[in-house]
Write a protein that binds this ligand. Structure first.
Ligand SMILES: [Zn+2]
Ligand SMILES: [Zn+2]
Length: 305
């Protein structure tokens, strides 16, 4: 898969064999065998295989309206953070199914968190234990998301755009520029696209229609691929036990700055270690990111103030 920017676990697991060998990674018999997945956008198709591999059946409740927790097209604003929304879906799914464990997923698309001017997607998964209140969380950044829009005055102007986004596999949303009204979602055929575009142009104060990629997972094949990849990482984390208390979900939680300058030995802001932690007992381990690495003096507050 091209250019999947990974936030955390994969960076760490790339070093498997050295640091990771210190950890116990095994299928955990204490994991629930069934978990409720709070989704209505087909994410079960992307996630079920990984969870089946670790012996967890995903149960999708009937009648869960996940759009109530926020929509990409803005009709319903998301309340709180990505984690808040994902956890709310997980809890709702657990309640509807009567299961103890709920799983929630949330995506967020916009500009890249570290690199300006490039689009990126963030996908988050949470395993929420309604009994203990403990969350196991993982996140992934997609640096080549299917996330774009184009404002057009004529359907002919959109030809290269709709080819580039791989329409009709990737569905479109058609809205009115300057009026914030959405005319069609999940558009996957030429005649609906042309019809909705013409209507949007006629309703717009600037005579423009906006075409944008539909970001709902089942309308966005790229998101399904990324969610499936996140599911693989996530289930590895779930089956990695804390070396102190044996609780599942041990893994990467962040980085620690302080890589030493190669010229003067001062500490810089650059990361020196990955921080691994337990969601239950909060035990922590620091794992050196690159053994013996030093910072270029360009990044040194002493050599290059
Ligand atoms: Zn220095
Ligand atoms: Zn622990």
């Amino acid at each position: 898969m091209k250019s999947l920017g990974l936030f955390g676990t994969e960076n760490y697991r790339a070093g498997e064999g050295d640091a990771a060998s210190k950890l116990t990674s095994l299928i955990c018999s204490s994991l629930a065998s069934r978990a409720a997945l709070g989704t209505m956008h087909g994410k079960a198709d992307a996630l079920s295989p990984s969870f089946a591999n670790i012996g967890v059946d995903l149960v999708v409740p009937n009648g869960l309206d996940t759009d109530a927790f926020g929509t990409f097209t803005g009709e319903t604003k998301r309340q709180g953070t990505m984690l808040d929304a994902a956890r709310a879906k997980a809890r709702a799914a657990a309640t509807l199914t009567g299961l103890t464990i709920g799983i929630g997923s949330e995506g967020s698309y916009g500009s890249h968190p570290f690199v300006p001017f490039i689009p990126a997607g963030r996908e988050l998964l949470v395993w929420h234990d309604t009994g203990s209140g403990i969350d196991i969380i993982d996140m992934m950044i997609d640096e080549t998301p299917s996330f774009a829009h184009r404002d057009i005055k004529d359907i002919a102007e959109a030809e290269d755009f709709i080819r580039a986004i791989d329409f009709p596999r990737q569905a479109l949303v058609v809205s009115v520029v300057g009026a914030k009204s959405i005319l069609a979602k999940g558009v996957r055929d030429q005649s609906t696209l042309i019809d909705a575009t013409r209507r949007a142009i006629s309703l717009s104060p600037t005579a423009q229609a906006r075409l944008q990629t539909d970001m709902r997972a089942f309308m966005n094949p790229r998101r399904m691929v990324v969610i499936a990849k996140l599911g693989e990482l996530f289930t590895k984390r779930l089956t990695t036990l804390c070396p102190d208390c044996n609780h599942p979900g041990w893994g990467w939680v962040g980085i620690k700055g302080g890589l030493r300058c190669s010229a003067c030995g001062c500490r810089t802001q650059l990361p020196s270690h990955d921080v691994m932690s337990c969601v239950a007992c909060h035990a922590e381990q620091l794992v050196e990111r690159s053994i013996g690495a030093e910072a270029d003096p360009t990044f040194c507050p002493s050599c290059n103030p």
